[in-house]
Design a protein. Structure first.
Length: 474
């Protein structure tokens, strides 16, 4: 993509990681013009964020990439403990549950981050969007009508700018937004993608090597011939060169250095937890790692980032396409910052061994009951809850009904008259009694959470109006 073909856009997304790409996909399907710019010459090449939690799989289904995620990923493997070159037995790393009517995914999914981004950029291109690479942000200014961004390739004018440019966010720095947090572990960690001879190590387990120098793990990456290597260091700085990585594996495992046939990518970091002081500055919004940085131990960083995008995308769409007031964007920080803080705490406790990777890590229980867009309750649910899946008749699921950029007014076991509406923006659907919902009316937001709930339509029109949703009860 050449910049001179898109000098003005509605939303400028800075950063082509999972967060930025997911947001761009969501905006594109809403007909919102978005430009994604990335300072690197290509997508991130490593496996870094390899865990996809059940709630994020639901998001990916809605964005139209669920089939690709199923094809290229696989269930997170059971751990195998090693010590002194001997297998000590299996260790379950994650909580696993069987799928249910309400929760179709019961276990975390594994897929390297580079593949997630590859799938998302493919979807973005299907929707008519793309990424401008080798375009670094150097400055920005705001006024009452928009944002002017200065890039190494020229200027872009946008109604809104979303910073999805990672933990070292240039946008956040330019706006002087502080990060508040702590170092989770003062010792460095090395992460790398490596290839190993077939005879040296099987791909049936997530291999965990214990030793005095620190823990090292080798996790097969589904859909690839690679393993992700993660090594903790109690002292000294990691050597990220191919030779250093091979020597590390030879020193801490029963493998020989020559068993590592290729080191495809490597990096080092110090696990930390930090939260941006605010997620919005005028017409600029922070999302993903630009807003919160996690220890990777909990498998929450990429997932929380994608769900930032999922929360923000429909709100930008309503403001830019359907006449909702700009004040709707204030609810992004009000809803997502408490969730990010909760997930940061979870990641830190898991890293320190204070909490297991249980149901909280799946993110299915997260919601916005205390948020500004939650109104009412009915049956078994309260506004702000995640809308459960379930049977919808004729071989369909409720998630099939919800799928797309629209709102859904769901009537469960009630014959209350429903309003007329713009079928593109709102769909109505009736279903018989279903335990996960109980009886009532439920307005499902485009991001799959219940915005409004009631036993009849009293108060529904007043709630929907500020969202850009015009309901006719005539």
């Amino acid at each position: 993509m050449e910049l001179n073909s898109v000098k003005e856009t509605e939303v400028l997304v800075v950063g082509a990681g999972p967060c930025g790409l997911a947001l761009a996909c969501d905006l594109a399907r809403r007909g919102v013009r978005a430009l994604v710019v990335e300072q690197a010459p290509s997508l991130f090449p490593g496996s870094r964020g390899k865990g996809i939690q059940p709630r994020t799989r639901e998001v990916f289904d809605d964005l139209g990439v669920g089939a690709a995620v199923r094809e290229h990923g696989g269930p997170a493997l059971v751990g195998m403990i090693w010590k002194d070159g001997e297998r000590q037995g299996e260790h379950e790393i994650f909580r696993r549950t069987a799928p249910t009517e309400a929760e179709p995914y019961g276990e975390p999914w594994a897929m390297p981050q580079w593949r997630t981004q590859e799938i998302l950029i493919g979807r973005l291109r299907e929707l008519g969007g793309d990424v401008l690479f080798s375009a670094a942000l150097t400055g920005l200014s705001q006024d009452a009508d928009g944002v002017t961004a200065r890039l190494t390739t020229g200027e872009v004018r946008a109604s809104y700018l979303v910073a999805a440019d990672g933990g070292r966010s240039t946008v956040r720095r330019l706006l002087s937004i502080p990060m508040e947090g702590e170092t989770v572990d003062p010792s460095p960690t090395l992460v790398a993608d490596v290839r190993i001879t077939e005879a040296a190590l099987d791909r049936g387990n997530w291999h965990i090597f214990l030793g005095d120098a620190g823990m090292l793990t080798l996790c097969p990456l589904p859909g690839t011939p690679d393993f992700q290597l993660v090594a903790q260091f109690k002292e000294g700085a990691p050597d990220t060169t191919p030779e250093g990585v091979r020597a590390l594996v030879a020193a801490r495992t029963h493998l020989d250095a020559d068993d590592i046939t290729e080191v495809r990518w490597s990096s080092d970091f110090r696990p930390s937890a930090a939260l941006a002081g605010r997620f919005r500055d005028g017409r600029v919004l922070l999302a993903g790692d630009a807003a919160h940085v996690h220890s990777p131990a909990g498998g929450q960083g990429l997932n929380t980032s994608v769900q930032d995008a999922y929360n923000l995308g429909w709100k930008l769409g309503q403001v830019l396409r359907h006449g909702a007031p700009a004040a709707l964007l204030e609810t992004y920080e009000q809803e997502r910052r408490p969730v990010a803080a909760e997930m940061l705490g979870l990641s830190t406790r898991i890293h320190r061994g204070e909490q297991e990777r249980g149901s909280a890590a799946q993110q299915l229980g997260l919601g916005y009951r205390e948020g500004p867009l939650a109104s009412g309750r009915a049956g078994a649910l309260e506004a702000g809850d995640r809308a459960p899946d379930g049977p919808a008749g004729e071989g369909r699921r409720l998630f099939d009904v919800f799928r797309g950029p629209h709102f859904t007014l769901l009537a469960v076991s009630t014959d209350t008259a429903l309003p007329t509406h713009d079928g593109e923006l709102l769909r109505t659907f009736r279903t018989e009694a279903y335990e996960a919902y109980g009886k009532g009316l439920f307005l499902i937001r485009p991001d799959g959470y219940i915005g409004w709930a009631g036993e009849d339509t009293t108060g529904l029109a007043e709630y929907a109006g500020p969202l850009g949703l015009d309901l006719n009860f005539a």
